[in-house]
Design a protein around this ligand. Structure first.
Ligand code: GRF
Length: 224
């Protein structure tokens, strides 16, 4: 059983704003007693976010910190920071959290704050990623889990997954294909971090004891 030194599990704080399917992937993974991390707290900045409902049955603690209740980003983030610390959170996972975080918050959680983004970063940062990918005619899309740095969708890449873009794809079909892989790589990254196998050196991530794929993905395949 892979656990952190001292036998305790890494405590996660998951930040959401919406549907929470990546949160669900983390809930499902942590239901396995051998998983080396546990969800200590889910925080939503949106009071009726669907993701909050996912916490009810597994009895996961939730907090709503509505940014609209605060005068500025700093006071909102101060509350967020305080709440995460009070729950003993060791790793913050952004999972569809639709607020930009200030440098102060990001630097305070340096290398303890990760994000999932539905593109192969550094391509297609920002929003409307799948529309833009289809419009650009890219043949390969995917998703990325990375450490968060102050610039948007920036920071050392930990794991990526690639999927083909089909000729008849629209933003929705592509999003669905990418999402399946988001749900695989987010729990994977959390377990790698919880097992102490991820290091950041000169802003690149090194992972102990993982084997790189030798496959080349060419899309479309030329069968001649
Ligand atoms: C995901 O596509 C994630 O990559 C992006 O926001 C979306 C959140 O979806 N950052 P969900 O709330 O986890 O279902």
């Amino acid at each position: 059983m892979a656990e952190r030194k001292g036998g305790t599990k890494l405590k996660l704080g998951v930040l959401i704003s919406g549907r929470g399917s990546n949160l669900q992937a983390l809930i499902d993974a942590s239901a396995n007693p051998d998983y080396p991390a546990e969800i200590a707290l889910v925080v939503s900045n949106v009071p009726n976010a669907k993701g909050l409902e996912r916490c009810r049955q597994p009895n996961i603690a939730t907090a709503v910190i509505d940014h609209k209740d605060f005068d500025d980003r700093e006071s909102f983030e101060a509350e967020l920071d305080k709440t995460l610390r009070a729950s003993g959170v060791g790793l913050v996972c952004l999972a569809g959290f639709m607020r930009l975080l200030t440098d102060t918050f990001v630097n305070r959680w340096h290398d303890r704050l990760i994000n999932i983004h539905p593109s192969l970063l550094p391509a297609f940062k920002g929003i409307n990623v799948h529309e833009r990918a289809v419009e650009a005619g890219v043949r390969i899309a995917g998703c990325t889990v990375h450490y968060v740095r102050p610039a948007m969708d920036d920071g050392p890449i930990i794991v990526q997954a690639a999927v083909p873009v089909h000729p008849d794809d629209d933003a929705d079909t592509l999003a669905a294909r990418v999402l399946t892989h988001e749900h695989r790589i987010y729990p994977l990254v959390v377990s790698l971090i919880a097992e102490g196998r991820v290091r950041v050196a000169s802003e690149r991530v090194l992972i102990d004891d993982v084997h790189s794929s030798e496959e080349t993905l060419i899309n479309p395949i030329d069968r001649r």
